[in-house]
Design a protein. Structure first.
Length: 190
């Protein structure tokens, strides 16, 4: 496990005092599941069927997180953000870019979630900055991510972090409803 670090946010700004980024451990899975579940319920209200969002289970997600972490998928990294008191307030997951089922030489930011009660305090910026920095350090040339087309708040957040839409779009289906996504990309430098 790596030491927790304070990292610069995109654009060189420092994250708020006390935001620390570290590798996720199995002990974090329950809190990460809560953050992810509450994040979905908060961020995707009105963009996905409400019954689906209401039915999300923290316990099931925690079990899934533990299994994924134990399996140790090659190249996939999970980070958590802690506040000054040591409470986990955010989570990010990144790894090789997936073009369908094929992994490419580029990187992908699979997920970034901050507990809805902690939004706007720098944890998300710090998680993205550290994810970008780690992918650049390992030689990836670009980083991609997918964001819901109608999630204006997230799209502005990623734009501030240097990501831009690259024209790719796809839809997934959630409880019979099409949920359109757009792909964003940013170059990485070593």
């Amino acid at each position: 496990m790596s030491e927790p670090t304070s990292v610069p946010a995109p654009g060189g700004a420092r994250p708020p005092h006390g935001v620390r980024i570290r590798e996720m451990t199995p002990a974090d899975c329950g809190r990460v599941a809560e953050i992810r579940t509450r994040g979905w319920q908060h961020a995707y209200r009105g963009m996905m069927p409400q019954a689906y969002l209401d039915g999300l289970s923290v316990a099931q997600d925690a079990e899934r997180r533990r299994a994924l972490l134990a399996r140790g998928e090659d190249g996939v990294r999970n980070l958590v953000a802690e506040d000054a008191a040591g409470e986990v307030v955010g989570w990010a997951c990144f790894g090789p870019h997936r073009d369908g089922r094929v992994r490419t030489r580029d990187a992908e930011l699979y997920a970034v979630y901050v507990h809805p009660d902690r939004l706007g305090r720098g944890a998300g910026r710090a998680l993205v900055a550290e994810s970008v920095a780690r992918c650049a350090a390992t030689g990836h040339g670009r980083m991609f991510l997918w964001v819901l087309r109608d999630n204006d708040r997230a799209r502005r957040f990623y734009a501030r972090a240097g990501f831009r839409p690259d024209g790719a779009e796809e839809s997934s289906e959630v409880d019979g409803v099409a949920v359109p996504e757009v792909r964003y990309a940013r170059p990485l430098s070593r």
